[in-house]
Ligand binder design. Structure first.
Ligand SMILES: C[S@@+](CC[C@H](N)C(=O)[O-])C[C@H]1O[C@@H](n2cnc3c(N)ncnc32)[C@H](O)[C@@H]1O
Length: 216
């Protein structure tokens, strides 16, 4: 284990934002999902969500530069229950949706616990997603093309969230609870051992100062 690798993992986890999420409403192209996860990693999103019934969501390795590994992804069968579950955790859900009720994306407060709902490439945010969201936000468009690529729109919005959160000091102290922090650090440092222990229902041991598991 190199000290540098451990320090980088710790510095990353120190800035993860458990209450800034992304919810993908039927976004299905692997290169878009991957590009969004890469932005999530850069902004410090700890967990992303995707409405994706059935199979595992495909992530495009080259576009994500491995970000799929560092951002937790939870899939949901339908958008309604996904939005309700986020709201149940106390998050505001902002749908990136060019509707009549949409407000400028810079006018909402991303320092509150919140999730940004992104719509599918062809048909946008679903009716159920739009109805369930707490607010609609839009990025002003002054050209001839009606909308941005979904991964570009996600990046624009998430970096506004990052700007507001940095100004509010939300990156200055670790925000993950200690158990989640330890579990994630353990999985990043020792992915195979973590998988082995999970499969046997065993807890992860403590880590020593070098990031090595403490033998019990
Ligand atoms: C290519 S757009 C979908 C366009 C689709 N034809 C529609 O009517 O919504 C894919 C997603 O990117 C996001 N998006 C793209 N441009 C946006 C903008 N200017 N403001 C807010 N969200 C945008 C939205 O979440 C949208 O559902």
């Amino acid at each position: 284990m190199t000290a540098e690798r451990l320090a980088r993992f710790r510095a990353t986890l120190d800035r993860r934002q458990p209450d800034l999420r992304v919810l993908l409403d039927g976004v299905h192209k692997p290169h878009n999902v991957s590009a969004i996860l890469r932005t999530c990693d850069a902004v410090g999103v700890y967990q992303a969500h995707a409405v994706w019934p059935g199979d595992r969501l495909a992530v495009h390795r080259q576009t994500s530069a491995g970000a799929g590994q560092w951002v937790r992804m939870r899939t949901h069968e339908a958008v309604g229950p996904a939005v309700s579950s986020l709201q149940g955790e106390g998050l505001q859900v902002y749908a990136a949706h060019l509707s009549e009720r949409a407000v400028d994306f810079r006018s909402v407060d991303y320092t509150r616990p919140c999730a940004v709902l992104m719509g599918a490439e062809l048909w946008g945010v679903s009716q159920a997603g739009a109805a369930a969201a707490d607010a609609h936000i839009s990025i002003p468009m002054a050209g001839l093309v009606a909308s941005l690529n979904v991964s570009v729109a996600a990046a624009v919005i998430l970096f506004e969230a990052q700007r507001q959160r940095a100004a509010a000091g939300l990156y200055d102290t670790p925000r993950l609870d200690p158990e989640t922090y330890h579990q994630t650090l353990f999985e990043w440092l020792h992915p195979r051992l973590a998988e082995h222990l999970r499969a046997r229902g065993k807890p992860y041991p403590a880590l020593d100062g070098d990031g090595d598991p403490v033998r019990g």
